[in-house]
Design a binder for this molecule. Sequence first.
Ligand code: COA
Length: 258
Amino acid sequence: MSRIDLRVEGNVGYLRLNRPDKLNALDAAMVGELAFRCREIERDDSIHVVILSGEGKAFCAGGDIEAWAEESPEAFGRFWVREGHAAFDALARLRQPVIAVLDGHALGGGLELATCADYRIAETHIKIGQPETGLGIIPGWSGTQRAVRRFGAQTVRRMALFGEVFSAEEAASLGLVDMVVEVGAAMAAANGLAKSVLQRGPRATELAKMMINAAEGEERERVIEALAGTLAAGSDDLDEGIAAFREKRKPDFGKDKG
Ligand code: COA
C-alpha cells in the first residue's frame, strides 16, 4: 500500500504523506516513494501546481526514529542521508510550484520536507522545529543546508543548536512560513493559491521557478543546461544534425545563412 499518495484533480497534483498512525514519520521506503512520485509529477503535463500535505494530525514528525536508529553509521551516511537528499532534491527541483499545507506539526525531516516547497501555509496550532540534536543526531536531509539558504543561518541555529520550537506566528515572523490561517483552513488556502498559479502561464512559471532555484544555488548546472538544451533543441541545426546522422552524411548547417 502506498504511503505517499498522488492524486491529480484538474491541473493540481495532490501529494500526500499517508502514515497517520506514526505522524507521517518517513522511513526509507517512503523516501523512495517520494522520489518516485516526484518523477511522476515531472512527467505529467497536466500538473501545473502541487499541493503537499500530510494525512492526520501531523504534517510530518520527521525521519522515522525507530528506522534510522537501527542503521549502522555507514548505512546512515551512505543510504539514509543520501537517499533522503535525492528525494528531497527531486521535490525542491520539481518544475511546478509546490505549496505545503502545514495543518499539523512539521518537525525535523518534516520541516526539511516543507522547506522543499515554494510556499508554506501553516495553521495557528502547529509547531515547527528541528529536534534532531536533542536525539544525538544531525538534521541530515538538508536541514542545515537548504534550510539555511532559504531561511537564513540564525533561524536554523535557534532550532538546531538551541532547540527552539516555533509557533506558526513565530515561524511566519521568521520567514519559515508564508501564511498563517485558522485551524482547518490551510487546505482551502492552498487551493486558493493554486488557483492563482493556474491563472499564470505554466511554461513561464516553470522557467521562472528554475531561474529562482538557480539564483538560490538550488540547481545551477541543471537549470543552465536545461534552458540551453531547450534553445538548441528548438533550432533547425538539430533537425539537420539528426537527419545527417540518419542518412550517414556530413551535416550541412548552412553556414552562409549566418
Ligand atoms: N519516528 C517514529 N515514530 C514517530 C515519530 C518519529 N519521528 N514521531 C512520532 N512517532 C510515532 C510515535 O512513536 C507514536 O507511535 P505509537 O503510537 O506506536 O507509540 C505515534 O507516532 C504517535 O506519536 P505520539 O508521540 O504518541 O503523539 P503526540 O501527539 O503525543 O506527540 C510529537 C507528537 C510530534 C510531539 C511526538 O510524536 C514527537 O516528539 N515525535 C518525534 C519528533 C522528532 O523528534 N522528530 C525528529 C526525528 S529525527
